[in-house]
Ligand binder design. Structure first.
Ligand code: 6PG
Length: 248
């Protein structure tokens, strides 16, 4: 298992570092298999990453016709609502690319949550051609870190965290009084490259607890790639409370 922590000077540098990694990993997948699968997250830092990936500087570096876009989680709202993760990616990335519509696998989150989750699970099983009990292997899955230690829509204390069999599940998040749809931990852990993007001083304490505190307390600590790599890309503000390496 390969684990990396990279602390970037500022948020802009983190955004650039993430865009670079995503481009490289997807490019390698296209070279070796002719196709790549990217699972996207919501959040403000990812939005800037998507804008950069869709910019003139970056978009020609990848054959986006060969990239399939998925979502790691979604809020249960129609795609035109401001909270929609699909809408965010559509505005920040998809609109700038010429990508076939059959490569865009959004979570149809305006359906009732249980139905939306099983429909998305079927979509993933179909695209990855999975047999019973198999999990998809995303080339890249992007994750954020919530201030309660959640990642994707795997919130502390929810049954979704225990799910070992399903690929996608619905979850009711008490404190948000809302349903979400999320991929499960086994899906995250089967990905080839797991990238956490964490920025800003509001994340400093939880990042320290997740990376430096006792294990098993937060959902983000349950991410352990089976064969892939796990990278924490953070800016200095988010990394402010991480212990520096002692050079004695
Ligand atoms: C979402 C997410 C969620 C997010 C974290 C961190 O849709 O809300 O996918 O897991 O990544 O809450 O979000 P920020 O990076 O914006 O703080």
């Amino acid at each position: 298992m390969k684990n990396y922590l990279e602390v970037f000077y500022a948020q802009n540098d983190l955004v650039r570092g993430a865009a670079e990694r995503i481009t490289i990993h997807l490019g390698e997948a296209i070279l070796s298999r002719g196709v790549a699968a990217l699972a996207l997250s919501g959040g403000s830092t990812p939005r800037s990453v998507y804008e950069l990936l869709g910019s003139a500087e970056y978009r020609s570096r990848l054959n986006w016709n060969k990239v399939h876009l998925f979502w790691g989680d979604e809020r249960c709202v129609p795609p035109y609502r401001p909270e929609s993760n699909f809408r965010m990616v559509n505005e920040s990335l998809i609109k700038s690319l010429s990508i076939p519509s059959q490569n865009i696998h959004r979570i149809v989150a305006e359906r009732p949550p249980a139905e939306a989750a099983s429909a998305y699970e079927k979509e993933i099983i179909g695209i990855f051609d999975l047999k019973a009990g198999e999990f998809p292997e995303f080339d890249v899955i992007l994750l954020g870190l919530g201030d309660d230690g959640h990642t994707a829509s795997l919130f502390p204390g929810t049954a979704a965290l225990q799910e070992q069999r399903r690929i996608v599940t619905e979850v009711y998040v008490e404190k948000l009084m809302a349903h979400r749809i999320t991929v499960t931990l086994p899906v995250i852990n089967h990905a080839a490259n797991i990238l956490f993007l964490v920025s800003g001083r509001s994340k400093a304490e939880i990042l320290q607890q997740v990376l430096g505190g006792p294990p098993g307390l937060y959902p983000a600590q349950m991410v352990h790639p089976i064969a892939g790599s796990l990278s924490w890309l953070v800016d200095q503000e988010a990394g402010a409370q991480l212990q520096t390496v002692s050079r004695t």
